[in-house]
Design a protein around this ligand. Structure first.
Ligand SMILES: *Cc1c(COP(=O)(O)O)cnc(C)c1O
Length: 400
């Protein structure tokens, strides 16, 4: 491996601080990454505190640390703390933003071929409810969204540009900042699904030019399951009416009157998993400690290495598209179903997953694909682990 990033990264330390590295070769980081020790400790410590003194009382004892989670998220995204909501998944974050957009009949949504199923299902639901048009911006030749085509599709009916930054099923990185420039020029709301990019590259909301960003805790950020983050730009907050409110998102001030809170926490609900929320904060701090640019350097280099090695196997086809390719590596093996590849790797303690058409239907159909093996690397993976994967894949080729 040639990239300097691979050599200057303290992998030893990363692995020492990742208990799961002792048990598995984890290449399912796009599903849920292995938690590092500080995340695990912070989460478990709070659960134990709840058991010892009571849940409300435990939350009161760590009130400041809970506030700090917002500060960590704001540092991650280059935004203000009052622009952050902590929720329980990326989907909930994205939904709260999307269903808050004040659509009018005839409005258009511009989106990409890489869209995640949950997003597209929501487009379809509101399209039927409000008579909206959902226009999919075609990809350019490289497989990333065509920014010139996006620009051509803008008119006064476009209410929202909604983009998946990195799709669930491959290494493509859509040019989020170039899309942001189009959104800014047109004065259109821009929602970015950064579920797979958060934690493997730096995301600055001003550089990207987006108004809303959703992300999850458990993937590249290495947080606990059941956590998600939403960023909403302060300037657009009052345009957005949350689809549901509770006594945390709003205050009941008189018999017939409520007031929505002024910050992005209007998208949260009162109840939450405090242990997980603190764990998410620890995960963000941990990622910032490594540095997102350094993480990206190592993740990209490992993924490139894996693509190159897999491509040398005659029975393997690597499917990642785009100009820039991230830590998600997608491939198929001639004559072997992806689920069988997954099972064979699993028998050797190597975790990967399978992406299927219904998760990213437009992209899969356009490329004539039904299922893919998804091997997603993180910085704590090693070249030896990638070689192990390739060895297993080499041996499961169709019997001749
Ligand atoms: C995983 C994923 C989601 C959903 O995240 P959850 O935390 O499971 O809600 C959304 N978008 C993309 C691109 C994803 O890969």
């Amino acid at each position: 491996m040639t990239a300097a990033a691979v050599h200057t990264f303290d992998v030893e330390r990363a692995r020492r601080e990742t208990p799961g590295c002792e048990n598995v070769v984890h290449l399912n980081n796009a599903g849920a990454a292995l938690m590092p020790t500080p995340v695990l400790d912070r989460t478990v410590t709070h659960l134990k505190l709840e058991a010892r003194v009571g849940g409300y009382e435990a939350a009161a004892l760590v009130a400041e640390e809970i506030e700090d989670v917002y500060g960590s998220a704001a540092r991650l995204l280059g935004c203000r703390t009052d622009e952050i909501a902590v929720v329980d998944s990326a989907t909930r974050a994205w939904d709260m933003a999307f269903y808050s957009v004040p659509f009018r009949p005839g409005d258009r949504i511009l989106t990409s071929e890489a869209e995640y199923a949950s997003n597209f299902i929501a487009y379809l639901q509101l399209a039927q409810r409000y008579n909206l048009r959902v226009d999919v911006v075609p990809n350019g030749e490289s497989g990333q969204i065509s920014v010139p085509r996006l620009r051509d599709l803008i008119d006064e009916r476009v209410r929202l540009i909604s983009l998946t930054h990195v799709p669930t099923n491959g290494g493509l990185v859509n040019p989020a900042a170039e899309v942001g420039k189009v959104a800014r020029d047109a004065g259109v709301l821009y929602l970015l699904d950064a579920c797979q990019s958060a934690g493997q590259m730096s995301l600055d909301v001003d550089e990207i030019g987006c108004d809303m960003v959703s992300m999850t805790g458990r993937k590249y950020l290495r947080g606990p399951r059941g956590t998600g983050l939403l960023y909403v730009r302060r300037e657009v907050l009052d345009e957005l009416a949350p689809p549901m409110l509770d006594l945390h998102a709003a205050t009941w001030v008189a018999r017939d009157e409520y007031r929505i809170r002024p910050d992005a926490r209007r998208f949260e609900s009162w109840e939450c998993n405090y242990a997980a929320k603190l764990g998410l904060g620890a995960a963000i701090d941990y990622a910032l400690g490594w540095g997102l640019d350094r993480i990206r350097g190592r993740v990209y280099a490992l993924a490139d290495e894996l693509r190159l090695s897999l491509a040398q196997l005659p029975q393997v086809t690597v499917h990642d598209a785009g100009v820039e390719r991230c830590g998600i590596v997608s491939f198929t093996v001639d004559g072997v179903a992806p689920a069988d590849v997954q099972a064979a790797l699993g028998a050797h303690g190597i975790n990967v997953s399978v992406s299927r058409t219904p998760s990213t239907r437009l992209d899969m159909e356009n490329r004539g694909l039904e299922e893919l093996v998804r091997a997603s690397v993180h910085y704590y993976n090693t070249c030896e682990e990638l070689a192990m994967l390739c060895d297993v894949v080499r041996d499961i080729g169709p019997r001749r």
